[in-house]
Write a protein of this length. Structure first.
Length: 300
């Protein structure tokens, strides 16, 4: 059976409206490819620039997951020790503390238990037990330790408290700074991607100005003119995201080795989230940059 007969047979089984839609989609796809070919070697520079800025963002975003794991692991070692006054009820105070936001759990160390533990290490027989009842309070996140302590101070029956204040402050500062930097980089990624795509699509529009004007005079719909340009931007973003995965894989492997060396549990789905976010951002920002350029330089 010849190709012509096969083609005609296939056409008969496809509704006319669907066949027309397929033709339009095919033409849009060809126009998109044609636009990319016209850009020439500049395509390499565009994709490389997008890949570079996505790599920076992806590396910071992936590292933030590891930093969160490190902070949480260190946080498990930090407990707030709350010393209870002699006449206060530790069970009642423990229940009140558990009501405080960010408190994960509490455990009571009675003065008798603490005294027995001390006797195992030091012979203090014959002395009266001077130790108070103690509550060990675990916080859901080390960065919330100071806020929890401020709320505990407001409760009656509290003698004093102790915790690694300096370490908690440093952890909070590091986490805050890192998250802030990541947000700023995200904004920079969006702006740079849009600017790069905007300039590129502007060149494409200028090179096809006469052709686009002819299509408009022929009554070609606006979306038919716009769609190849938007798709061209989206393809740049997609390819930039693909190439950014190469250096990101190196970052991922280095972080995995660091997690294993420090025996810190890592978030299994961290890299999946990073990859998904990068592709969504790249395509969305690139297509958005194309659309902005069309609105600015093409009155359709």
């Amino acid at each position: 059976m010849s190709k012509r007969i096969i083609k005609d047979t296939v056409k008969k089984h496809i509704p006319q409206r669907h066949l027309s839609s397929i033709r339009i989609m095919y033409r849009i796809g060809m126009e998109t490819i044609y636009g990319i070919k016209r850009t020439g070697l500049i395509n390499i520079a565009i994709i490389a620039a997008i890949a570079a800025i996505l790599t920076i963002f992806g590396s910071l975003f992936r590292t933030s997951f590891s930093l969160s794991s490190f902070v949480n692991t260190l946080g498990d070692a930090f407990e707030v020790s709350v010393y209870i006054k002699q006449n206060a009820d530790p069970l009642y105070i423990s229940s009140r503390i558990r009501e405080i936001e960010h408190v994960k759990k509490t455990s009571i160390i009675t003065k008798e238990q603490a005294w027995e533990d001390m006797n195992r290490d030091i012979d203090v027989s014959g002395m009266e037990n001077p130790l108070p009842d103690t509550l060990h309070v675990t916080v859901d996140d080390p960065t919330n330790i100071m806020a929890v302590c401020e709320n505990i101070k407001k409760l009656s029956g509290i003698e004093s408290m102790s915790y690694a204040q300096d370490v908690a402050k440093k952890l909070q500062t590091i986490t805050t700074v890192f998250n802030t930097v990541t947000i700023f980089v995200l904004i920079a990624v969006a702006m740079l991607t849009i600017i790069i795509i905007n300039c590129t699509i502007q060149l494409v529009i200028q090179s096809r100005k006469d052709e686009i004007e002819i299509m408009r005079l022929m009554g070609v719909s606006n979306w038919y003119i716009k769609m190849p340009l938007i798709l061209q931007g989206a393809i740049y973003g997609f390819l930039g995201a693909v190439f950014s995965l190469i250096p990101l894989n190196t970052v991922q492997n280095a972080l995995v080795k660091l997690h294993n060396f420090l025996n810190v549990v890592q978030i299994d789905y961290a890299m999946n989230i990073v990859v998904f976010t990068i592709f969504v951002m790249a395509i969305f920002f690139s297509a958005g940059g194309s659309l902005l350029s069309i609105k600015k330089h093409l009155q359709v």
